[in-house]
Design a protein around this ligand. Structure first.
Ligand code: 9L3
Ligand code: MG
Length: 134
């Protein structure tokens, strides 16, 4: 079974709200709301992948010391098995904009349960509620 390593990030704003981003039409899992991130490329450490993905997808600059590892997800899709660690980030430079996603939402952690998410992302919600409150 092929294993794909994807990294994801919960951006948390000053009101303890978390960013979720809607996957665009034409990509896998289109229309579902995810924690932003993407696949590791050869030679990258996971934190470097996340810094690159957050720049590409959201136009923000994150420093490695602002990335706190929280938990990870594991999910078997038909084509591959996804391993996806989640980091939490409360500090970044720049304005968050949707460069690749259809839409963005900032939600309290308890409200994430109301969003249709990829199956790999759903188990990441309880640890976020533990950290941030509902
Ligand atoms: N994926 C699932 N949840 C996420 C992310 C960032 C990615 N929070 C899945 C969707 C794709 C694969 O991982 O099947 C690669 O992601 P991308 O490169 O299409 O963003
Ligand atoms: Mg992505």
């Amino acid at each position: 079974m092929k294993i794909t390593l994807v990294v994801a990030c919960a951006l948390v704003d000053a009101d303890n709200r978390v960013l979720v981003a809607q996957r665009p039409e034409g990509k896998a899992l289109a229309g579902l709301w995810e924690f932003p991130g993407g696949k590791m490329e050869p030679g990258e450490r996971p934190e470097q992948t996340l810094i690159r993905e957050l720049d590409e997808e959201l136009g923000i600059t994150v420093k490695e010391e602002c990335l706190a590892p929280l938990t990870f997800a594991s999910f078997g899709y038909p084509e591959f098995h996804l391993l996806m660690p989640l980091w939490v980030c409360r500090r970044w430079e720049g304005q968050v904009i949707a460069r690749e996603h259809t839409a963005l939402k900032w939600l309290r952690a308890g409200k994430l349960r109301d969003m249709p998410m990829p199956p790999a992302d759903e188990p990441l919600i309880p640890p976020l509620i533990d950290l941030l409150g509902a």
